[in-house]
Design a protein around this ligand. Structure first.
Ligand SMILES: Cc1cc2nc3c(=O)[nH]c(=O)nc-3n(C[C@H](O)[C@H](O)[C@H](O)COP(=O)(O)OP(=O)(O)OC[C@H]3O[C@@H](n4cnc5c(N)ncnc54)[C@H](O)[C@@H]3O)c2cc1C
Length: 433
């Protein structure tokens, strides 16, 4: 006799509290088997086996598993494709239903559809819930039912729709987990990855950071942003909790959380942005795509201290401050005239908080080709940015201490590069008229 159970499939929601799909699974009346799939289709694409994101997930799963043990339960880990994992589950249990929280990335939508079809063959419902956002793809639309493509009206509508009920925590009843012997999570080496320097801590909302976010967020040396990107990416913190906190403590921080949802809905409605410029006429730009220059940018050797410090911070830690992300991205696309997709791909490899929608949206913003992008003729001057945001050079000195000793002539002259970028962009935009 196989046990009658429901499955809860963890993906971008690695927490046991305030979790919509998990709360619903626990209310189903059946014991809940919590599962996680290390999807080999994703993992094999990660070339560098020192990957902090995999390590973060691994540590978050271990933390959940030890809590589940207090309830005589445990997390069932699979390694393989999602389909193979569900075939195994269907053999092992008498599965009544599958629960999860929705994922909006094109690959994830495709994967979920395949799983849904597999389950449908045996009459098992696949229930997915809104959890990683406050409003998902059809919640915030224009009067005529079309998606917003400009942030400010989107954010205004988002705010006007927000009601206290959207922020109610989705309580999970832990007594409903399926009882098992203690489960041991396989080591990270068993996944083909290496232990990194990242230590997982349960994410916290810090009032001293968020309360003063608007004052200090632009000064990279101070590092007064929350560093919650990775937690939001993998759902180790609830977005409802973050938004409720933002409402109480800082409107500017709330605006950032709305940017996150804005780019998510752009990706959902316009999946072509994964490979194309949102404003398609920008795909006429004749990028120079010089490989040696790209390598100098990646390694932080452009001779522009703020750019080099940023790239070195990214390479060493997997994080880069937002102000510096904007500077290095603009520098790559405009000063070096390298296709934004090259920079986007490099960030995707390196960023701990990498998220397809945010990364793509922000790269397109920096390149000028995005839905609500900086105008192409606004070209960041790395020197004036440094004067404004790192006047004492403390950020530069932290990440690139020998910046003033190296004999590294700037890779391009700022004024000449600026003129060249303006000419190239203008030419591309004229072509399409
Ligand atoms: C070229 C470029 C690439 C980027 N790539 C990513 C990425 O892959 N993943 C990512 O989460 N953010 C990305 N960002 C946005 C932003 O830089 C990071 O979210 C932020 O630096 C993370 O720091 P934090 O965790 O301290 O966030 P905070 O500044 O404390 O902000 C809180 C959260 O709000 C969200 N957020 C903040 N700013 C943005 C934004 N501009 N767009 C979308 N969401 C935002 C993030 O979830 C962030 O963690 C990118 C920005 C640029 C310019």
């Amino acid at each position: 006799m196989r046990d009658k159970v429901v499955l809860f499939w963890f993906r971008r929601d690695l927490r046991l509290e305030d979790n919509t799909g998990l709360a619903r699974a626990c209310a189903s009346g059946y014991p809940v088997v919590p599962i996680f799939i290390f999807d080999t289709e994703i993992l094999t694409r990660l070339e560098d086996k020192y990957d902090r994101r995999v390590d973060y997930i691994h540590q978050a799963l271990k933390a959940m598993n030890s809590v589940l043990q207090n309830y005589q339960s445990g997390l069932h880990i699979f390694q393989g494709t999602a389909i193979a994992a569900f075939v195994e589950c269907l053999q092992r249990y008498d599965v009544q239903e599958v629960y999860c929280n929705r994922d909006y990335e094109p690959q994830a939508i495709k994967r979920d559809q395949e799983v849904k079809e597999l389950l449908a063959e045996t009459g098992v419902p696949f229930n997915s819930f809104k959890d990683q956002v406050i409003f998902d793809q059809y919640d915030v639309l224009k009067q005529d039912g079309s998606p917003y493509t400009v942030y400010t009206p989107y954010a205004n509508k988002w705010r006007s729709l927000l009601k206290p009920e959207h922020l109610v925590p989705q309580q999970v009843e832990p007594d409903h987990f399926y009882k098992t012997d203690p489960v041991k999570i396989p080591g990270i080496e068993a996944l083909g990855f290496i232990k990194t320097d990242l230590g997982f801590e349960p994410p916290q909302l810090d009032v001293s950071i968020i309360g003063a976010y608007d004052k200090y967020r632009d000064y990279p040396a101070l590092q007064r942003t929350t560093l919650l990107g990775i937690a939001l990416r993998f759902g180790t913190i609830s977005i409802r909790k973050c938004v409720a906190f933002a409402q109480r403590h800082n409107e500017v921080w709330l605006a950032e959380l709305i940017w996150r949802e804005f780019f998510m809905q752009i990706l959902f409605h316009f999946p072509r942005v994964v490979s194309q410029s949102f404003k398609t006429q920008y795909d006429f730009i004749e990028w120079r795509n010089n490989e040696q220059e790209f390598t100098r940018w990646c390694t932080g050797s452009t001779g522009y201290p703020i750019v080099d410090a940023g790239m070195r911070q990214l390479n060493q830690t997997g994080f880069m401050h937002n102000r510096v992300r904007m500077i290095v991205a603009s520098f790559l696309c405009k000063h070096l005239l390298i296709d934004w997709r090259w920079g986007e791909a490099y960030f995707a490899q390196k960023l701990n908080d990498y998220d397809l929608s945010a990364n793509n949206g922000n790269w397109q913003w920096a390149a000028g080709c995005g839905c609500d992008a900086a105008p192409y003729f606004r070209i960041f001057n790395p020197y004036t940015q440094t004067l404004k945001f790192d006047k004492e050079l403390n950020y530069i000195k932290t990440w690139h201490p020998d910046f003033d000793q190296e004999i590294m002539p700037p890779i391009v002259n700022h004024e000449a590069a600026r003129e060249r970028a303006l000419k190239t962009y203008k030419k591309a935009l004229e072509q399409t008229r």
